[in-house]
Design a protein around this ligand. Sequence first.
Ligand SMILES: Cc1ncc(COP(=O)(O)O)c(C=O)c1O
Length: 398
Amino acid sequence: MPGMELFGAEERKEIMDVLETGALFRYNHDEMRKGHWKAKELENEVENFTGAKFAHAVSSGSTAVATALAAAGIGHGDEVIVPPFTYIATVEAVLFAGALPVFAEIDENLCLSAEGIEKVVTDKTKAVLLVHMTGAAADMDSIMPVIEKHNLTLVEDAGQALGAFYKGKSVGLFGKTGSFSFDFFKITTAAEGGLFITNDENAYKLADSYSDHGHDHIGNNRGMENHPIIGFNYRISELHAAVGKAQMQKINMLRDKNRANKQYLKEKLSQIKGITFRPMPDPEGDSATFLNFFLPTTSDAGNVMKEFVKDGVQGCNYWFTNMYHFINQWDHLKNLESAAPLAIHHLGAPQDYNNLQLPKSQEVIGKLISLGIKATWSKAEMDMLADKMIIAIKRIIG
Ligand SMILES: Cc1ncc(COP(=O)(O)O)c(C=O)c1O
């Protein structure tokens, strides 16, 4: 959770720039804002860092995924392949787009696998919404040929993976459109916020308008702007963008600290026989926000987590029972409980969500424990944490 750990003078300065002018709105008000355009500056930071031709800041990672889907042309009735391990926003975005989620298997890299995608592709499949989980990229060398072979649209939900690259290319740039989250728990936070990225100018224009009631943002009389498409309000405020901008200026430093701390802990935990680590196809590109390790069995992992709780080991996630990240706990979704009818209620679900067979995903997530890496840990804190973890794990697997 490095972003929140290093909130300081830089963020306060950027916020004060906005508060002193009172220009809280990201568009127009040119004179009032005295040269401060925080949303635009945040977008420039993300463009420079990722290498994207276009970045567009919005109100959250969730609205960024929604924008990425819309700008890629995914909507009513389209079947979209999604993973069963993600933050639930991914699936909600598909449903609220009027599209139909189709679940496929992940593998030990914690993302959709090429084989998993291939198995569920049908004539009706329109897109893959690929999620780069826990700070590192999916296996793009094996996934891209499947996307191309079936002529699918690739949209990337990189909500957890800003700072992750695959063989030198930022996540979010392999498909038509991509998205990042800047919520409170991410490598860089804006309190709440998200970023849409693309190399496709037309997709960028659609995203720009879609996320602001269709405005074309031409000229400086907002009330007289044209609206080429129907949109909605997914705007980011200047205050949030100010925080995000300051955090982007720290991302290289945050990632370096993450990587060093993750490596240190990984070496310590490596001495335990029986645990294995996430096999990343490009470890060099890891943003290192999590150290993911596997116990020999699901019951071992569950028991280790109980020992961690007893011993006060903090910062470990067991997604297998987490309410928001793994399909086993998504009964509301499987039963299509919603406040109001969605397209899927009229069109029908493409799979029997209550009887999905995803044995590989069950096995992988059952055995997985993810330790959130902190950038501010001292060596002494890491030694203490590793010692406690090793003792607890050995109690279960010897
Ligand atoms: C993969 C993924 N997508 C989307 C989101 C949604 O982001 P936000 O919380 O900013 O709406 C998250 C948030 O954790 C996420 O992990």
